[in-house]
Write a protein that binds this ligand. Structure first.
Ligand code: ARG
Length: 281
């Protein structure tokens, strides 16, 4: 079923397309190790608050008409809540992650099983590949982040597996260690991003390919404003973002602010908690 409504902006008619997402309840959420600069194990975390924030996101996606499936959380894998990292899924095929850090390695089995049991074609990546954390599909190209997590060696297997072009982008600021902390796909071939997160060469590539992109300023980037989930009309962003809501409205999108500050202690926001399952191309 296609859900549609018009955006409020002046220059564009926007349309929401219903999506299929995979999420993982943060039953075992905590910050007991540090594999990115946001994670500080000596700072207290609240599983209860993490759960409440996650549930708000989950219920919002469902209210917007999207299908949300769940993968069972595994004790001892507190980062499993960031399901975007579990795989990249396009055209009904799932390339399951191979994680860089030992603390997350066992998540791959849970994701592989989830896909296989439900009849999705799935295999694990040969090289380090952190799923939609680093691979964002714009509708005709897969934007591929490297520098901190996924290896560029995985780009060839991505091309082969999905039959899509892959555009490599180099991340240079360790706070934005995954591509989905620096770029969000808003609609087919429309993105918003934080130029400062990229190498000069990648900045040029982005400017050339996406001349009309929304550019986030440093303070919106720093509250994880780019870690956004868009259905083509509604864009879920952190409520702490200041300029992005207006920038999005100007383009006809409907920004929806939510609070993900507890899950940000693990280095993730709304997008990190949402893996899109694309049955079609
Ligand atoms: N603690 C997790 C890690 O460092 C956070 C992952 C965030 N996910 C994302 N899609 N950026 O791997």
């Amino acid at each position: 079923m296609q859900q549609s409504s018009n955006g409020g902006g002046t220059n564009q008619k926007r349309r929401a397309r219903t999506r299929h997402y995979l999420m993982c309840e943060p039953t075992f959420f905590n910050v007991s190790y540090s594999i990115n600069p946001w994670m500080n194990p000596s700072r207290p975390t609240s599983t209860e608050r993490g759960l409440a924030q996650w549930k708000t996101l989950h219920d919002l996606l469902a209210e917007l008409g999207h299908t949300v499936d769940l993968v069972e959380p595994v004790a001892g894998l507190p980062d499993m809540v960031y399901s975007a990292n579990g795989a990249t899924v396009i055209g009904g095929r799932a390339l399951v992650a191979r994680f860089r850090y030992e603390q997350r390695v066992d998540e791959s089995t849970a994701y592989l099983d989830w896909f296989r049991v439900r009849g999705w074609e799935a295999r694990q990546a040969e090289y380090i590949n952190e799923g939609e954390g680093d691979f964002l599909y714009t509708g005709d190209v897969v934007l591929a982040g490297s520098g901190f997590r996924s290896e560029t060696k995985t780009h060839d297997e991505m091309r082969e597996f999905f039959g899509k072009p892959v555009l490599g982008l180099k991340l240079v600021d360790e706070r934005y260690y995954h591509l989905d902390t620096a770029i969000a796909v808003l609609d087919a071939n429309e993105i918003m991003y934080n130029p400062e997160a990229f190498s000069p060469q990648s900045r040029e590539l982005l400017a050339e390919r996406f001349p009309d992109a929304i550019l986030a300023d440093a303070s919106d980037a720093a509250v994880f404003g780019l870690n956004a989930v868009s259905d083509g009309l509604h864009v879920i962003i952190p409520q702490q973002a200041e300029r992005l809501p207006d920038q999005l409205r100007e383009r006809g999108f409907v920004p929806i602010g939510i609070d993900m500050t507890e899950l940000l202690k693990g280095g993730g926001g709304a997008k990190c908690c949402t893996l899109e399952l694309r049955a079609g191309r």
